[in-house]
Design a protein around this ligand. Structure first.
Ligand code: ADP
Ligand code: MG
Length: 315
C-alpha cells in the first residue's frame, strides 16, 4: 500500500509554539525516514487554504496547548473531512481543561488531588474572601494553576496564606479559570498510552528534577531532569498506575496516543495530575523515551500513531 501524504501541523500561536516546532520537526524527520511524503504547515489563519492546496491524506497534529491540543484544529479537520492523528474534538477539549478533566476523574472514581475551581469574575468580586475560603477548604501546601495552560505557565506552589493572593493573580493572567489543588507529596511519574478501542500502556517513567516543580526549564533544558524507566516504585504500584492511565484514556475518549501524569503518594495511590493528548516529541521528551523502553523506536512510534488515525477513520 502506498504511504499517504502527511501534513505535519506545527507552530501556531500558543505559548508552547517553540516546543511544537521541535516536536513537529522530529515528527517530520521520522516520517521522511519512514518513506512518507511529508511536509510541514505552520498553523495560521491560512490553514484551510493551505490544506486545500496541498490535499494531504492525513494531518499529523504536532501542536501543544490552545488552538492545537484543545479540539479547535481537530474541529476544522472534521469539517474538511481530513483524517488526523490523536484524539478528537471532545477528548482534546476536555483534556486541555484541567478542571473539566478532574470533574470527569472524580465522577469515575479515578484518584486526583482535591481541588477548587475559580472563575476570574468570582475572584475579582471578592479576592480576600475567595482566598480565605480556598485556604479553609484545602489547607496548605496547595498548587495554583490556570485551567487551560501547559508547561507550568502561571503555576505556583503555595505553602501558607501570605503568597496565596499573589499566586492567584498570577494564574489569572493566563486564564479566566484557575484551580487550586492539594499538593501531593510523592513520586512523579508519567504513563504513555497507545491505541484506539483497546489501548495499552507504555512502561512507567519516573521524572526526577531538582526544581520545585517539573517546570518549563526542567522540561526543556538538557541535564535538568532525569527519566527513570521503570519508575522506582513496586511492581504492583506500577501496574496500578498503568491501569489508571488506560482508564483515563478511555474515560476521556482519547484516541491514538496520550500521556497521563501522576504523583504516586506514599500509600501507593496514583493521583492523576493531567492528561496530555499531544505529548511532546522533542529529543528530551518523555513519551518517546517510554516507547523506546517498550522496544518501539521513534520512527516506528510515529508510524503507529499515523496508523491508529487511519484505523479510527475506517472503524
Ligand atoms: N497537586 C500537585 N502536587 C504536587 N506537584 C504538582 C501538583 N500539581 C502540579 N505539580 C507539579 O507541577 C508540574 C506541572 O503540573 P501539571 O498539572 O502536569 O501541568 P502542566 O504540565 O500542564 O504545566 C507537575 O509535573 C508537578 O511537578
Ligand atoms: Mg504535566
Amino acid at each position: 500500500m502506498s504511504k499517504p501524504k502527511v501534513a505535519v501541523l506545527l507552530g501556531g500561536r500558543s505559548k508552547e509554539r517553540e516546543v511544537s516546532l521541535i516536536t513537529g520537526g522530529e515528527v517530520y524527520k521520522a516520517l521522511i525516514q519512514g518513506g512518507y511524503p511529508a511536509f510541514k504547515i505552520d498553523l495560521d489563519e491560512n490553514l484551510v487554504e493551505n490544506l486545500k492546496k496541498e490535499q494531504p491524506g492525513i494531518v499529523f497534529i504536532a501542536l501543544h496547548g490552545r488552538c492545537g491540543e484543545d479540539g479547535a484544529v481537530q474541529g476544522v479537520l472534521e469539517i474538511l473531512g481530513i483524517p488526523y492523528t490523536g484524539s478528537g474534538v471532545l477528548a482534546s477539549a476536555i483534556s486541555l481543561n484541567k478542571v473539566a478533566a478532574k470533574r470527569m476523574f472524580k465522577a469515575e472514581g479515578i484518584p486526583t488531588a482535591e481541588f477548587c475551581a475559580l472563575t476570574q469574575r468570582v475572584f475579582k468580586a471578592n479576592r480576600l474572601k475567595v482566598a480565605k475560603e480556598l485556604a479553609d477548604s484545602l489547607g496548605f501546601p496547595l498548587v495554583i494553576k490556570p485551567a487551560s495552560e501547559g508547561s507550568t505557565f502561571g503555576m505556583s506552589i503555595v505553602k501558607d496564606e501570605k503568597p496565596l493572593l499573589g499566586a492567584l493573580e498570577e494564574a489569572f493572567k493566563y486564564d479566566d479559570e484557575v484551580l487550586a489543588e492539594k499538593f501531593i507529596e510523592g513520586t512523579e511519574i508519567t504513563v504513555g498510552v497507545l491505541g484506539n478501542d483497546e489501548p495499552w500502556p507504555l512502561p512507567t517513567l519516573e521524572i526526577t528534577h531538582s526544581r520545585e516543580m517539573y517546570d518549563y526549564k526542567a522540561k526543556y533544558t538538557a541535564g535538568m531532569s532525569g527519566h527513570i524507566i521503570p519508575a522506582r516504585i513496586s511492581k504492583e504500584r506500577r501496574e496500578r498506575a498503568q491501569k489508571e492511565a488506560v482508564r483515563v484514556h478511555r474515560v476521556l475518549y482519547c484516541s491514538g496516543f496520550s500521556r497521563v501524569d501522576f504523583i504516586v503518594s506514599s500509600d501507593g495511590t496514583p493521583y492523576v495530575l493531567e492528561v496530555n493528548t499531544i505529548p511532546g516529541m522533542t529529543p528530551l521528551s518523555l513519551f518517546p523515551d517510554a516507547a523506546r523502553a517498550a522496544g518501539i523506536e521513534f520512527p516506528e512510534l510515529i508510524e503507529k500513531i499515523v496508523e491508529f488515525a487511519l484505523e479510527k477513520r475506517r472503524l
